[in-house]
Design a protein around this ligand. Structure first.
Ligand SMILES: *Cc1c(COP(=O)(O)O)cnc(C)c1O
Length: 385
């Protein structure tokens, strides 16, 4: 019996473990010099002016919206094809998310739908770089500038990725990354916001730790003092030094991880392009894709089974897969609160019945990839019309 191939496993090496243990032994566990070093090293890889480490991408998105001035009653445009976090942060500020549809091929936000969703209340747009492929940022930024709207990128999938040669993290007003356990690099839980705007960076930094103007490392160092100032009613979003030590160590492998993902995506592409029942991910030549996810679409008209049954059969064969995403407008909260109906977002509603995320991560071997390919091909040939 071949062992179960999980949908994801983080790549944690002895170097990562040693880095965390060293921090545990150092006596300084929470936000301090390791976190500062993580921010600096992250930034030297991305090339933004400022990087603020926080304990999740969700926290980064929340602080980013607050920093650019989203307040109660505002509207923020969010793609429906995303994770809960992208829209929930809008509620934190008593603003309203306005959902928009995706493109059928890339599953990224559809810019024409964005244009139609803009109102006098729109303060920001949160494009999500779906699966790790950047959105077409130039037209989106041009549209946003025209209406004085800020662009906060949800780059939870997009490290490392480029759009027209520019690194994701240096393009929009603020970019938010995730180091959740399943993301391209991990700190267990963690996130980072990058921006070129010093004022926003400072505001996010202060808000991330109770609205206090000086960080713990200064407060408790011998030359520091006991005194601190509360400038805003802030939040508890700081990243620990234990997590940052892991982040520094993971960051050093980020490009190598990215190359492995790209190679595996190429193997999947070569194999599945030949299968008429499978639509492979569409990638523009303007993009360098992070391949956090490899999402195929099933051509259901050519198959005798549906997507859910396909997933169940893959599981029976010992292969873990997932679905990204069941779009927000189909979830009970959004249906009830905003009266969204399935046909308000016809593309997302259609594709969400056809998508499957196949396993893709550096811990997999090439023979794991081949096993997925063979199993998918076997099921397709068994169930084609
Ligand atoms: C994972 C994810 C997030 C949230 O990241 P956390 O670090 O877990 O807060 C946000 N947006 C998208 C698209 C994600 O996939």
């Amino acid at each position: 019996m071949t062992p179960f191939l999980p949908f994801h496993r983080p790549d944690i090496g002895e170097d990562d473990i040693a880095a965390v243990v060293e921090t545990l032994r150092s006596g300084w566990l929470t936000t301090g010099s390791k976190t500062q070093q993580f921010e600096e090293e992250f930034n030297s890889q991305i090339g933004a002016r400022h990087a603020v480490a926080v304990n999740s991408c969700t926290a980064a998105l929340h602080l980013a919206l607050e920093a650019v001035g989203v307040t109660a009653g505002d509207e923020v445009i969010v793609p429906t094809m995303t994770f809960a976090a992208t829209a929930e942060v809008v509620h934190y500020l008593n603003a309203s998310p306005v959902l928009v549809d995706c493109q059928e091929d890339t599953l990224n936000i559809d810019i024409q739908s964005v244009e139609q969703a803009i109102s006098s209340k729109t303060k920001a747009i949160i494009p999500v770089h779906f699966a790790g492929q950047p959105c077409a940022m130039d037209p989106l930024l041009a549209l946003a500038r025209q209406h004085d709207i800020k662009v906060i990128e949800d780059a939870a999938h997009a490290l490392p990725a480029r759009y027209r040669g520019k690194k994701v993290g240096t393009i929009g007003d603020i970019t938010c990354f995730s180091f959740y356990a399943t993301k391209t690099i991990t700190t267990g839980e963690g996130g980072m916001a990058t921006t070129d705007n010093a004022e926003w960076a400072e505001r996010m930094r202060i808000l991330s730790l109770h609205g206090i103007s000086r960080e713990a490392v200064n407060r408790y160092s011998p030359e520091g003092s006991w005194r601190y100032d509360i400038c805003y009613p802030g939040y508890k979003y700081n990243l620990t030094d234990m997590a940052s030590a892991l982040g520094i160590s993971q960051l050093r492998k980020c490009d190598r991880f990215g190359m492995v993902r790209q190679y595996y995506a190429g193997l999947y592409n070569d194999a599945f392009q030949k299968i008429p029942e499978i639509i492979v991910p569409s990638v523009s030549t303007e993009m360098e894709h992070a391949w956090h996810l490899y999402v195929i679409q099933l051509d259901l008209e050519r198959l005798r089974i549906g997507r859910n049954q396909f997933i169940a059969l893959l599981k029976e064969q010992g292969i873990g897969v997932s679905v990204h995403f069941h779009p927000l407008h189909l979830h009970p909260y959004y249906r009830k609160t905003y009266k969204y109906r399935p046909d308000d977002f016809p593309i997302a509603t259609k594709v969400c019945e056809r998508i499957i995320s196949l396993p893709i991560y550096p811990k997999m071997t090439e023979s794991d990839i081949n096993r997925v390919i063979e199993t998918v091909n076997m099921l397709i040939s068994q169930y084609r019309c």
